[in-house]
Design a protein around this ligand. Structure first.
Ligand SMILES: CC(C)(COP(=O)(O)OP(=O)(O)OC[C@H]1O[C@@H](n2cnc3c(N)ncnc32)[C@H](O)[C@@H]1OP(=O)(O)O)[C@@H](O)C(=O)NCCC(=O)NCCS
Length: 189
């Protein structure tokens, strides 16, 4: 166990990387207004997420600070997604290490949905994660009523494992925890 913890501490994800159409890079404090405008205030985008839409850019600023502190501590690594064509902020993806596992979360501005962009981002992060010696399982959950997210995970090579009953609180649709599908890609499959 001490061995695994030591490897966790050494995990050193890239601060940026490219896919065919995206630049993924570590957030900066000055990104908050762009994040707020692109997706964080949009109730449709946050519908199946664990957080309510941001009411002010101050909320987004606090979130960015939390993300940077989480990167520093190794609790969570987040990247903003920019279109390489237009240099436009389109979304974000996060990876949260937990021992030999990493779980993913992601969000995309509505005007960029269904163009395959998030599949591209998830593929890149999964590929990086499985190069980390300590990581054997990359996984994610999505609300059972969020088929677009499930489809992204399938297209990125994760396999649906089953339903986690009342797994996550999605406060924008219900006051009680929701059933989620669990998807994973493991080092050996
Ligand atoms: C989920 C989300 C990230 C998908 O991003 P995206 O870039 O549009 O995803 P992709 O284009 O790579 O793939 C989406 C797939 O879902 C399918 N899809 C979209 N809406 C769907 C729906 N209502 N029912 C079934 N499939 C749907 C698309 O057809 C596509 O599949 P295909 O390529 O086989 O046609 C984006 O919709 C989003 O940000 N939603 C709000 C935040 C969210 O739900 N995040 C995930 C939390 S678990």
């Amino acid at each position: 166990m001490a061995h695994l913890l030591k490897i966790d501490f050494l995990m050193n994800p890239p601060e940026s990387f490219h896919t065919a159409r995206l630049l993924l890079r570590k957030p900066r404090p000055e990104d908050a207004p762009l994040i707020f405008a692109a997706y964080a205030q949009d109730a449709e985008v946050t519908r199946y997420l664990t957080w309510p839409p941001h009411k002010t850019v101050g909320v987004t600023q606090a979130v960015v600070e939390r993300l940077l502190a989480a990167w520093q501590s190794g609790a969570e690594f987040s990247w903003l997604l920019f279109s390489r064509a237009g240099d436009e902020l389109v979304g974000a993806i996060s990876a949260r290490p937990d021992g030999h596992r990493i779980d993913l979360g992601y969000v995309l501005a509505r005007c960029h949905w269904t163009q395959g962009l998030m599949t591209e981002a998830v593929l890149a992060v999964v590929q990086w994660a499985l190069t980390e010696p300590s990581v054997f399982r990359v996984w994610a959950v999505c609300d059972t009523e969020n088929p677009a997210s499930g489809r992204v995970l399938e297209k990125a090579g994760l396999k649906r494992e089953g339903i986690l009953r009342q797994w996550a609180l999605h406060p924008n649709i219900s006051a009680t925890p929701r059933d989620c599908f669990s998807y994973a890609k493991t080092r050996n499959a």
